[in-house]
Design a binder for this molecule. Structure first.
Ligand code: KG4
Ligand code: ZN
Length: 356
């Protein structure tokens, strides 16, 4: 009798030969339990996101134990819903995919175990996906014409990277953050303003009403020419807030949010521009944004202006595909599957997994 891995390898080989696959994907690396069914890496047949924000808001951030438990409770339901919305049964999908890292270990494990169980029961190939690769791949869903090579700015709660996407699954790190990620900086600045978790979207909304020139905040300094650093800026922002509070003045929150957002986004796009100008842009089919912070309105506007000036095509995921979702995992999984990369039942959570 063939064992699970031999069976799934045989099925994966058939899919590779056909170059088609409908993949059921699950994402549980942080505080969203999300599942989707994706066809050939590009077409969303369903995309269900169950956010745990309500559960964590009280604590001002994600509580890992609460996240794991909530994923465990929601996994089956969210997967069933994704299948239902795609009009399919588990037997109808060709392969399964799950985020293996990076992220919270307990949260990741819940998803990995859930999908290992389903893959084994249904005798389907399983693909373990890097969450960051998922974010990059969200662009393949929003832009069916997009093909590597392109330059991608990946900005999320845990990452600020300038990455060259040389080919599907082939990345080169050109710049990265020396300390805080952009999303983390937004969240901490929001907290200093007394805004609830998650702070990034709230700062963004508030900033739309504010004057970005109201406060002068320092531009970050970095050792690497294309690297990022946001911890000094964050400290300067907090000092500004504390000084105003100590003086007993009411906080001009919109102006503070707008000033902070302006410096962060200028830094993010500035390094990308420098890199493109110094290293040439001809090798790239375009410039792409990815990750939760790519939902930021100012960042999208600045990236659009930059690309227009440089004569480059800009790719951005639709807003609902910027933050964590299962669709992006299903897209990334397709290209891994077509490359013959499938997981065995020993697949484990990899909380510190890197893209490059
Ligand atoms: O990619 P993501 O959903 O999860 C991670 O992989 O980290 O990113 C979440 C991060 C959070 O820090 C959140 O505050 C930030 O993305 N974020 C934003 C916006 N929407 C989400 N930051 C600034 N502006 C936004 N509109
Ligand atoms: Zn993410």
């Amino acid at each position: 009798m063939m064992n699970y891995f031999e069976l799934s390898r045989g099925k994966a080989e058939e899919l590779r030969a056909r170059r088609t696959a409908r993949i059921l994907a699950l994402e549980t690396s942080c505080d969203e339990t999300a599942a989707a069914v994706i066809e050939n890496g590009r077409k969303i047949l369903s995309n269900v996101v169950f956010s745990q924000i309500d559960l964590h808001e009280l604590y001002g951030g994600v509580v890992p134990e609460i996240a794991s438990r909530a994923h465990m409770e929601a996994c089956d339901r969210v997967v069933d819903q994704a299948l239902k919305e795609a009009g399919m049964s588990l037997q109808d999908v060709d392969a399964l995919a799950v985020t293996k890292g990076p992220g919270l270990v307990g949260a990741l494990l819940t998803g990995v175990n859930c999908m290992k169980g389903l893959a084994f029961a249904a005798e389907k190939p399983l693909v373990g996906v890097n969450h960051i690769e998922g974010h990059v791949s969200a662009n393949y869903l929003s832009h069916p014409e997009l093909e590597p090579p392109f330059l991608c700015l990946v900005v999320s709660g845990g990452h600020s990277h300038l990455v060259e996407v040389a080919d599907y699954g082939e990345y080169r790190a050109l710049g990265q953050t020396a300390d805080d990620a952009a999303g983390e900086a937004f969240d901490k600045a929001a907290r200093a303003l007394g805004l609830p978790y998650p702070g990034g979207p709230r700062i963004d909304a508030l900033a739309e009403e504010g004057n970005p020139e109201a406060f002068v905040l320092p531009s970050p300094k970095t050792e690497g020419r294309y690297d990022y650093s946001f911890s000094g800026l964050k400290t300067a922002f907090m000092n500004t807030v504390h000084t105003l509070e100590q003086r007993g003045e009411s906080l001009p929150k919109a102006d503070l949010a707008a000033s902070f957002r302006r410096v962060v986004c200028r830094e993010l796009t500035g390094k990308a521009r420098l890199l493109l100008e110094e290293h040439g842009r001809d090798g790239y089919r375009g410039f792409a944004l990815a990750g939760g912070v790519s939902a930021n309105r100012e960042l999208r506007r600045m990236a659009a202006a930059m690309c227009e000036e440089l004569g480059m095509t800009l790719f951005m995921p639709e807003i609902h595909l910027c933050t964590d979702n299962g669709a992006m995992i299903g897209s990334a999984a397709y290209y891994r599957l077509m490359n013959g990369e499938i997981a065995g039942l020993e697949l484990n959570a990899m909380p510190a997994l890197r893209l490059v």
